[in-house]
Design a protein around this ligand. Sequence first.
Ligand SMILES: [Zn+2]
Ligand SMILES: [Zn+2]
Length: 387
Amino acid sequence: MAGDMVVVRREGLYCVPGDFYIDPWRPVDRAVITHGHGDHARVGHGHYLAAEGGVGILKSRLGDIAVQGLQYGETVEHNGVRISLHPAGHVLGSSQVRMECGGEVWVASGDYKVEGDATCAPFEPVRCHTFITESTFGLPIYRWEPQQQIFDDINAWWRRNAEQGRASLMLCYAFGKAQRILSGLDPSIGPIVCHGAVEPLNRVYREAGVPLPETRMVSEVDKADLKRAIVIAPPSAGGSPWVRRFGDFSDAFASGWMLLRGARRRRGVDRGFVLSDHADWPGLMSAIKATGAERVVVTHGSIPIMVRWLCQNGYDAKGFDTEYGDDEAEDAAAAGPAADGVKAQPVVPPDPHPDAKRWAVPEKAEAARAAGTADRSTADGEEDADA
Ligand SMILES: [Zn+2]
Ligand SMILES: [Zn+2]
């Protein structure tokens, strides 16, 4: 096709023939959202399209938005672009966006990881001509241990603290990382306490059918029992007045960045656990290969290094400058009144569109087809069933 199907505009990644945006950072009419992290899902768009499994998260974080949920693999057509969402393995409801137009297929990855975990659908490679990949940990030094080993280390740290009569404070991002850690905890060690910024997200995960161990608010646990507890809290809670109630405690931080000794030191915690919801270097490379793409566009992270490496290895690669941040470092939830679960109200967007039209507009698709701009591919997208 002439020109790129997806380009960067002031508002965000823009699908040119489809006239919609992917994870836009400025308000637009139509936004396809890959997942609910703050840098990808923002308030103020007219229409949202997201994976069904992520709709609860989006509503809990963005309030009353006009969001249409799509099952993984289900297709809608918009301005002649066939859109489907496929698991990204990053957090609950995270997806890659597949766009097909005139026989050309682009996939935008959002954020992804290739190792499976109990809290979301596993990453699914999707064949495409052009793959837009994230590169949060796009350097060869980033290699993760199997997650069970990290869970074992966390449980061992917790057990040792509990035996010594000390609470274990685990600081981690409230959406995604917290639930993944919960899924790996051994509840026989002691009570599991969650900060008020974490508990509402646990609720959404449970409602989506993800099994998590029993969690309690700090007010529901006897002071004596707190000494055996693990406390899951967002990074902003570390060093806040909220943690003083735990008296003597050991603290830890879980993030891919903990691989770097400097990052651990800057956090000033007792322990760093290297656990990321992003692909490591081998994961990025295997994911790119599995798409069969010849062209790769690299977004947020180590763009220049990864682009150079991909070009040296036979790919047609370039970078896109985006405003996606780093959810490993992000800490949207302030440790304010929400810490104990009070007033944890979702943010209400400035201009909700409850009656907004849905995405799959048949008349428009028909019109596009008649005008010859619609999808001209052969077998109704059957070939996209994963590789
Ligand atoms: Zn993310
Ligand atoms: Zn991201």
